[in-house]
Design a protein around this ligand. Sequence first.
Ligand SMILES: Nc1nc2c(c(=O)[nH]1)N[C@H]1C(S)=C(S)[C@@H](COP(=O)(O)O)O[C@H]1N2
Ligand SMILES: [Mo]
Length: 209
Amino acid sequence: MGQSEQEQSSPSDPGLPPGQRVQRGWPALHYGPVPRFKPLTWDLQVFGATASAEKHSWDFEGFNALPRTTVRADLHCVTRFSVLDSDWTGVAASVLLDLVPPDRDVTHVMVWAEYGYSANLRLADFAAPDTLLATHRNGETITAEHGFPVRLVVPRLYAWKGPKWVRAVEYMRADRRGFWEERGYHNRADPWREQRYSYQEEPGDGPLR
Ligand SMILES: Nc1nc2c(c(=O)[nH]1)N[C@H]1C(S)=C(S)[C@@H](COP(=O)(O)O)O[C@H]1N2
Ligand SMILES: [Mo]
């Protein structure tokens, strides 16, 4: 039996991770209220273990002047819906790493959002070529409920690892759990390995709890 052309996967279309279903449209899902954007005080900071030991920040204008890329990627929520084939445009996380190099001992980052939401990532996942500080989806500015002005997109991990309303990136010399990782979700969050819950963690997957 052959697959129809539409169902066939190609190297750029990895298909659906196990236990996920395709979601039409684009639901908004988050804990707590949608923050109001304040252009005059908004900034995006990089702090923690930078190579220079200094923190760095961009205001809204400065951030929007950074070079952009577009990545086609899927969003996999751990509640089992997946939004396929979005074209995300924004600043590659690797650009931030180039502009503000981490100290050589940095192994992880914490990405911080408004109201203290956070997600921890291995440096390798943050540095991946498809990890993006996204400002647009399918050519349109991301709306308030989806993270305006900037949200992280990490296509290779469950979507809780992609904070909306990002305000800071903290370089870390050791791993530390973020918001959901402290509340029972898997520290690594690889959807292809169905790393949903912290009870599935194996030694080495995360810091002790
Ligand atoms: N700041 C913040 N970012 C967040 C969340 C949140 O609660 N707060 N939820 C995450 C989860 S669980 C998912 S599935 C995605 C959903 O993104 P969407 O609302 O744009 O579909 O946002 C992620 N980013
Ligand atoms: Mo989610």
